[in-house]
Design a protein around this ligand. Structure first.
Ligand code: NAD
Length: 297
């Protein structure tokens, strides 16, 4: 049993913290939302009244917050996490944030003697509830080894990606691939429609040909070929277009800082921005098929 502090008990953090409780850990959690705190308490967690209280309660402290600005504020703000955690506490940020912030906060943590890992996840709310998340972890090997048993209570695949910031780098590179490949698959289905080629026939052929990829065979963006894909339930998420846009923007930010050429990533971000600005941000990201094929919504 490990004493764990958990800050950010939202759609992802809530079920992740609940799985830690289920695994027998003593979890003290905090969220600015009273409703999130109530759900956490109902799942057997101990509700704290501040970040400082949750931080001071743990040998390991996990954060799951919306974006980089929240992470900076929660860790380095006055009276916050870095000022409240006990000496020797291991800090783990599982939020998806920019690489620069991840490295800066880890550096500030190291300056106060704390080990810190960036450990963003993939697998969505379903993976968080089922404890089947994939963790992509950046930081020192000794901290990674220490985090393993805690992360194993929330996820199935746990990969040490390299030094600080590498987890975030892996996450945005993967999601840039996904955003681009989804648009590629959608364009092909939109062209097929114009050419009078049946969508199921294109699927049957491409699923066994060189166009094969996850966006096609697991998450097909047109209704029919893959019954479990969001296309068959009016594109209910899944993974929203808004979240895809967030990750594509993080990839663009990182590409600019690092001087990498990512022209298709830039186009993917622009297309998702159009879709989100058009009011479809809450739809699954595969609904970009509707946008590209000239359908509404
Ligand atoms: P969410 O908005 O549901 O949860 C974030 C929680 O943080 C909220 O409950 C909010 O009240 C709380 N919060 C904000 N500021 C706070 C503060 N200062 N102190 C304490 N609590 C604070 O978001 P989510 O869907 O749980 O996502 C969390 C992170 O996980 C994001 O970075 C997101 O990009 C990433 N992520 C989400 C998914 C997904 O499918 N939802 C998948 C992979 C990664």
């Amino acid at each position: 049993m490990t004493a764990i502090g958990f800050v950010g008990l939202g759609n992802m953090g809530g079920p992740m913290a609940a799985n830690l409780v289920k695994a027998g850990h003593a979890v003290t959690g905090y969220d600015t939302s009273a409703a999130a705190l109530e759900r956490f308490a109902a799942a057997g967690g101990k509700a704290a009244s501040s970040t400082a209280e949750a931080a001071a309660a743990g040998e390991v402290v996990i954060t799951m917050l919306p974006a980089g600005a929240h992470v900076r504020a929660v860790y380095t703000g006055e009276g916050r996490l870095l000022e409240s955690a006990r000496p020797g506490t291991l800090l783990i940020d599982s939020s998806t944030i920019d690489v620069e912030t991840a490295r800066a906060v880890a550096k500030a943590a190291a300056g106060r003697g704390f080990g810190m890992l960036d450990a963003p996840v993939s697998g969505g709310v379903g993976g968080a509830a089922a404890a089947t998340l994939t963790f992509m972890v950046g930081g020192e090997a000794k901290d990674f080894a220490r985090a393993q048993p805690v992360l194993a209570a929330m996820g199935k695949t746990i990969v040490h990606a390299g030094p600080s910031g590498s987890g975030q780098a892996a996450k945005i590179c993967n999601n840039m691939m996904l955003g681009i490949s989804m648009i590629g698959v959608c364009e092909a289905f939109a062209l097929a429609e114009k050419l009078g080629l049946d969508a199921q026939k294109l699927f049957d052929i491409s699923a066994k040909s060189s166009g094969q990829c996850w966006s096609l065979t697991t998450y097909c963006p047109v209704p029919g070929p893959v019954p479990s894909s969001p296309a068959n339930r009016d594109y209910q998420p899944g993974f929203t277009a808004e979240m895809m846009l967030k990750d594509l923007r993080l990839a663009q930010q990182a590409a600019q800082t690092a001087g990498a050429a990512t022209p298709l990533g830039a186009n993917a971000a622009a297309l998702y921005a159009l879709m989100v600005n058009g009011g479809a941000g809450a739809k699954d990201f595969s609904a970009i098929f509707r946008f590209l094929s000239g359908q509404r919504g």
